[in-house]
Design a protein. Sequence first.
Length: 296
Amino acid sequence: MGPSLGLANVIAGRTAAGTCRDPATAADAEAGHLQALQPMILYKYLSPHRIDVLESGMIRFTQPAAFNDPFESRPHLARQPTVDDLRRLMSVESKLGSVAQKSIDDLLNSDQIDRIAGSLLSTFLRLLSTGTGILSLTEVRDSLLMWAHYGAKHEGFVIGFRTDTTYFLTPNAAPEAAGHTRKVTYAESRPSRSVKELTHRDLYFTKSPEWSYEREWRQYRVLVEARRMIDSHPYPICLFPFPTNAIESIIVGCRATSETFERLKSLVHGDPRFGGARLLKASVDDHAFRLNFSEA
């Protein structure tokens, strides 16, 4: 096992020495670089209200705390951290912003730090799940469940992204680096490590097998670097730009309204940013429990 990553460096995407290295095995780190395994197209399911993603060229990276899985970014801690452990982890002000750092400083400066070590850790884990954002993508465009859950009961649409661009494929980046697209691991047990041993995979890329049908790939980013933040409760909406020329296809749901279809058609056929994209329409198969897709 390589050098450990404290939580502060997990957020920053670096080790204490400044190198991008995950403390997983060397074989695992090497496997993260084998992007030949990455699908040529990854898909994003969206509701019809999110046509503004295409219009603006910006997409939300969502806080783990806002996801529908309560286990997001909540690994099991194998042992209670010591105060010295916690002190070594508090170097994230440049990544989480002054408000988050102030809440940490207030706790560190308390003369009751021994008593409130557990509270300090809870605060830091909370900041971890709200100070970073995740872009969730999938290998599959025809999942009936995801069309129902994330595609607004088949009334929404799906964006297909080509992954042969630097937005998704960063040859010189370590697999744990922020902005690097990485496959989610589905594990029977929650990650269990000491605080200092926690990895990016533990925090952002490990889920229960019950979610395996999603065949998910992810990017995570530090939210203070968002291009735009929109006030919202309980968490702000943090938007990052994406390359519109990486869009391979836009798939309209089988229950989409004519208004949704026409708006998407106007964008694909009328906006030069989407000149290389195909417009597809989903339809219900006459015999099987499946969707068919045709050029629109």
